[in-house]
Design a protein around this ligand. Sequence first.
Ligand code: SAM
Length: 290
Amino acid sequence: MAYLSDPKETVAVLQRYRFNFQKKFGQNFLIDGHVLAKIIDAAGVTKDDVVLEIGPGIGTMTQALCEAAAEVVAVEIDRNLIPILTEDTCREYDNLTVINEDVLKLDIAAVAREHGGKPLKVVANLPYYITTPIIMGLLEKRLPVAGITVMVQKEVAERMQAAPGSKDYGALSLAVQYYAETYIAAFVPPNCFMPRPGVGSAVIRLTVREKPPVAVKSEEMLFSVIRAAFAQRRKTLVNSLGNSPEVPCTKEAAAAAIAAVGLPEGVRGETLTLTHFAALADALTDAKYV
Ligand code: SAM
């Protein structure tokens, strides 16, 4: 069995198939065995788990996942990679299903149902051009997913994990932290990939919460308030909310809601915790402030 975590094997496979990297699909293949081991370890995959791998590429992570998990379902958009996976690099694994599909169109609930019904563990070296839609799609649709362990652009991992008051804190931090606990397991330099990406990377694990850490009257209002608060970072919260097309309230109503939840008049969104945003959203959901 030739393991692709050995970069010489990756080069051999690419040459054997005269493979041309497709920039539009965000193809940067992992060529570092230590990083691969860290991802598998961070994902905590066991022989009881069904794993959904997004974008298997030539199968570097797929090989390790098939050895660690009960079953692996790998969804790959590039049809040129399918024969490489099924006839070559992963042909020995009878616990692997390869699907040639855009992950954004895949019925992930059906995948879980068809493979035993347990929540899936998602593991991936993600195509960076669609990191946020993939992750937010998995979280917001409340799909049967227990955990998401993914390689993403370093800055995106830092934004997901950021705490109030830090420069990276924003709508993505709050949205991800509403649904999941975050843990950055490793930072990964460009030389661990072929071809080398122009940015640093990080492995982040999102452990999906059974229920959100705050309860709100309307999730729609919560996320509208959050988006409005960060749309114009340098504005005070009262101005951001009062001028936002996202939130149906006047500046006076915004000021009243901010006062009602005990926040100072000139407060900015970047210092508010999720608990603050939840209180504010509930105050605005109440008709008398809108
Ligand atoms: N997992 C491989 C590795 O670590 O070497 C490849 C990772 S590469 C960063 C991203 C992979 O996602 C590529 O194989 C690419 O073709 C695939 N991909 C890109 N967009 C996709 C989509 N919308 N749905 C499924 N796969 C996609």
